[in-house]
Design a protein around this ligand. Structure first.
Ligand code: ACO
Length: 371
């Protein structure tokens, strides 16, 4: 029987502090009018001192697990896509695994800048489809406010902090993640990067003095790249399912700049209403922007069971990609949907998992003994 990977839970975490364009006028030489007309952004959220990429990720994941009705101990895999990890290593995902108490989960980070959430979702869905795992939590989380130069008006007006998470679960019911395309063009690596702090240019007093530990971006080439690839990736992923843009109920794009989305809509010959847009309130939250927008789309009633949705993004790398899914929502066994059936399902599932672990422990003991 083929297996399918369904999106059964979603959640987000947004810092309370709002930084408006007016606030930025007091920090750099800019204006609300310039920012709104060039980007569409009006305000963004900034993490509190005690919030980190991992804590925002864990908050979003906790909400997503609750929606799905899944216990942290039933999670097999956690992937955190991030451009602002807690450390170069260990992986932010491992810290999140501990925060959640997801004691049976493997965990790793995925680095593909703003496209990271799409790549991570595709990787988790593939692992579920092959039968290697049952349940995954995929998170996009950022505290970009900690890595932008607040004196650089080219970048600091664009970014915001936040996190979003999906729970993916396997089932033999058709639906869920259908197709994905993943692309990279490393020849554009220099146009959007944090130049120092890695192994090529290790941190030194000199790199700090020159601000090389901050995000550097050449806006125009990124803009040109983005306007080309958003429509291209959307068409490519739809072609895999023999669908056209008209068949899509909702497009949830990476929230970078309203002008980029308007060009994509024009290229796809779709009205803007078919796009989920919330960049005006959160700015560009990199890997977190697509799951945050998804949570809001569900809350606004714009995503219903059976809807075809395309997630599409681009970012540093350069990278770009798109993912087509049929929207599922929580499995019918979710506690709020059918409490009786859920209790039965949870009992059967936890007995099954205990048995599976016992068999695995027994097999590895036999192997260790050379059996
Ligand atoms: N306020 C006022 N003026 C500004 C500001 C600002 N915040 N920033 C730049 N300017 C000035 C520039 O200095 C320039 O002045 P000049 O003509 O005297 O040199 C002028 O405005 C025009 O600058 P451009 O860079 O040409 O402006 P553009 O229309 O291209 O808009 C922007 C800039 C918004 C950054 C645009 O290029 C863009 O959106 N690019 C894509 C960026 C993006 O999406 N990045 C995220 C990628 S995702 C990831 O991986 C993190």
């Amino acid at each position: 029987m083929p297996r399918y990977a369904h999106i059964t839970g979603w959640g987000h975490a947004l810092p309370e502090h709002v930084l408006t364009n007016k606030d930025l006028e007091n920090m750099v030489d800019t204006s609300d009018e310039w920012i709104v007309t060039r980007t569409g952004i009006r305000e963004r959220r900034i993490a509190a001192p005690d919030q980190t990429t991992a804590s925002l990720a864990a908050d979003a994941a906790t909400e997503a697990l609750k929606v799905a009705g899944v216990k942290p101990t039933d999670v097999d895999l956690i992937i955190v896509a991030t451009s602002s990890p807690e450390h170069i290593f260990p992986a932010t995902a491992a810290i999140v695994q501990d925060m959640l108490g997801a004691t049976h989960a493997g965990a790793f980070d995925l680095s593909a800048a703003c496209t990271g959430f799409i790549f991570a979702l595709n990787m988790a869905a593939q692992a579920i489809r092959t039968g290697s795992i049952d349940t995954a939590v995929v998170i996009g989380a950022e505290t970009l406010s900690r890595i932008v130069n607040w004196q650089d008006r080219n970048t600091c007006i664009l970014f915001g902090d936040g996190a979003g998470a999906f729970v993916l679960q396997g089932s033999e019911e058709p639906g869920g993640v259908m197709h994905a395309v993943m692309h990279a063009d490393g020849s554009g690596a220099d146009v959007l990067s944090i130049p120092a702090g890695g192994s090529k240019i290790p941190t030194s007093a000199d790199t700090v003095a020159h601000g090389l530990h901050y995000v550097h971006m050449e806006g125009r080439p990124v803009f040109r790249f983005a306007t080309r690839v958003m429509a291209e990736a959307t068409r490519e992923v739809l072609a895999k399912a023999n669908l056209t843009p008209d068949d899509v109920d909702l497009i949830i794009p990476h929230q970078a700049n309203i002008r980029i989305l308007e060009v994509a809509a024009r290229n796809l010959k779709l009205p803007m209403e078919r796009f989920m847009v919330n960049l005006d309130r959160y700015g560009n939250t990199s890997t977190a922007s697509i799951p945050i927008a998804t949570v809001e789309a569900v809350a606004q009633g714009r995503l219903r069971r059976g809807d075809k949705v395309v997630l599409v993004g681009f970012g540093g790398g350069l990278t770009y990609g798109a993912l087509l899914a049929e929207w599922t929502g929580p499995f019918p066994d979710h506690p709020e949907v059918n409490p009786e059936r859920y209790r039965l399902w949870a009992r059967v599932r936890s007995t099954g998992l205990r048995l599976k672990r016992k068999v695995l422990a027994h097999t590895s003991r036999e192997e260790n003994l050379g059996g």
